[in-house]
Design a protein around this ligand. Sequence first.
Ligand SMILES: [Zn+2]
Length: 173
Amino acid sequence: MDGPKGRFITLLCTMKSDELEQELESAFPFVDKPKGIDLSFHKDDCLHCQYLRNDLDSYADQHLSKDGIRELYNDMSCLSASGWYWVFPSYLRLCLNQEASLFSNETEYLIYNLAPESKYKEETKQRLSAFNKPQLKCILHFIIWWQQNEHWQQYFGSELEQAKSFISELINA
Ligand SMILES: [Zn+2]
């Protein structure tokens, strides 16, 4: 978008990115990977969860690389609360760095995962249950930051609105 209005929005987003980066650094330190079955959402014999555990076997560090995130971004529902707690510091940093690239699958799926349909709300709350208030607020600020981005707002406007009210609900609970 050209013209004064476009420049203003760009400037606003740039400022917000800096603030968001600072907030992310302080709210989301890297943590250890959960061991064994603790990584999985389902504790019984779920093959889907088992496959993901196997796929993530070679990723043992606190920091999960982009390749590691590629293994799991469309299987986030297979991870436990401590799984999300381990993955989010790396995942959010990746999203912050990918702002400029359109159609980033990782960001797209994260937005979906933060905007569950009614029937998945309870289990999504369980997966978010390890996060403290400052972390939930940081996630909310990511949602607001995506809303400021023309691309995400245009294609995922309703999901972003849903995610915003869902996370706000948890913060105020
Ligand atoms: Zn499972």
